[in-house]
Ligand binder design. Structure first.
Ligand SMILES: CC1=C(CCC(=O)O)c2cc3nc(cc4[nH]c(cc5[nH]c(cc1n2)c(C)c5CCC(=O)O)c(CCC(=O)O)c4C)C(CCC(=O)O)=C3C
Ligand SMILES: [Fe+2]
Length: 349
């Protein structure tokens, strides 16, 4: 099939102190995040001058994708739109239609399934289409948590992090993968019921397994970060900061942390890991090294172009795990019934 463009769809982030509050309002509208948590997260952004790294990092990936498309002789304009901050995806859709675009592939900046990591991007697509009276056909690219280019880029980053450790700590260092926590109820509800839900946490576990195997590290942990709901609601645990203390109590002296749940060095990575978790480790006298995220790796742009080619050229999907491939949706409709619907909106079975 042929497409007129690629829409690079992301989360968005503030560009200055005055953007922080309205951005956070957009993210959390109707989601029951306590006001104290919002005040705290506002401070994290303000610590970096109110500027999230996410937009700059996304623009760099887009540049790399344009170069890779050109290298492969593919003529596909790339547009950029976000869920929560400018350029808003609704405005980008209007621009695309004005430019004569009628069909586009959509690359969401998340490798995984689940409500927040996948289905919410379909909701963005529904809003974008509504903004242009459905004049745009939008086909979302699939989840890529087990694509060899993704796994290789993360594995090389983990190897590089090991190499940064003092030589006498390398053998003892614990490898720890982290991903954004979500409410347990959201994790359990996302994924076809016959597979038992948990599509997000299972894919994270699978990606971690593939990377650990590639690096040759037999023992590792998968933990969570950046929890934001009220304390009485259970979210995926343990949190990385608590886990640092547990490792310390078990005699671990060094750790390598791979934020496998994130495409690039978002605010959650540079604050929750590079500041909070690292400070905790340092207080306890541990050595903390954080592996790079895959976004800036040239293989990441190659991966995006390969996912595009699955639709435009006869290209068999490459994947390393036995888990089903999902996430490819048309015009924001779920890929399979009940897959990754938000728990509150699920139809009774
Ligand atoms: C699974 C997942 C990903 C990974 C998949 C993907 O990448 O899409 C992700 C990414 C991101 N999350 C981000 C920022 C925020 N997420 C929040 C809140 C939440 N995230 C959630 C989940 C996820 N989030 C959830 C269940 C909530 C609770 C509220 C709700 O149900 O929606 C809040 C509110 C304040 C707070 O933290 O409490 C903020 C500011 C940014 C941008 C950072 C930057 O500026 O660099 C990025 C890339
Ligand atoms: Fe988030």
């Amino acid at each position: 099939m042929s497409f007129d463009a690629l829409l690079f769809l992301s989360f968005g982030g503030p560009e200055g102190p005055e953007d922080v509050r309205p951005f956070l309002e957009n993210v959390t509208r109707g989601r029951g995040v306590p006001p104290e948590r919002l005040d705290e997260v506002a401070q994290h952004y303000l610590h970096f001058g109110g500027v999230s790294p996410i937009n700059r990092l996304n623009l760099a990936i887009i540049d790399a994708v344009r170069a890779e498309l050109a290298r492969q002789g593919m003529d596909l304009p790339v547009y950029f739109g976000n869920r929560n901050w400018h350029p808003m995806v609704e405005d980008t859709a209007a621009k695309m239609v004005a430019d004569g675009i009628r069909t586009a592939l959509v690359f969401p900046t998340s490798a995984y399934g689940g409500y927040s990591a996948c289905r919410q991007y379909d909701e963005d697509i529904l809003r974008a289409r509504a903004a242009v009276d459905e004049a745009l056909d939008l086909v979302k690219l699939r989840q890529f948590f087990d694509h060899p280019l993704f796994v290789d880029a993360v594995a090389d980053a983990v190897r590089a992090a090991y190499a940064e450790l003092p030589a006498d700590q390398r053998d003892q260092a614990r490898l720890v993968f982290t991903a954004h926590s979500v409410p347990n109820s959201a994790d359990e509800a996302a994924g076809p019921p016959e597979e038992g839900g948990q599509r997000y946490s299972r894919q994270i576990a699978e990606a971690a397994r593939l990377v650990a195997e590639a690096v040759g590290v037999p023992a590792y942990d998968v933990v969570w970060q950046s929890r934001s709901g009220p304390p009485h609601i259970p979210w995926l645990a343990p949190d990385i900061v608590d886990h640092v203390a547990t490792l310390h109590a078990n005699g671990v002296q060094a750790l390598v942390v791979s934020p496998i749940g994130f495409v690039s060095d978002h605010l959650e990575v540079i604050w929750d890991l590079d500041a909070e978790a690292k400070d905790r480790a340092t207080e306890l006298g541990m050595t903390f090294t954080r592996a790079a995220t895959p976004g800036p790796d040239p293989r990441f742009a190659q991966l995006i172009v390969e996912l595009i080619r699955e639709h435009t050229h006869p290209t068999p999907p490459r994947k390393l795990s036995p888990l089903p491939t999902a996430g490819c949706t048309r015009n924001g409709l779920p890929c399979t019934p009940l897959c990754c619907e938000p728990p509150t909106r699920r139809r009774p079975t």
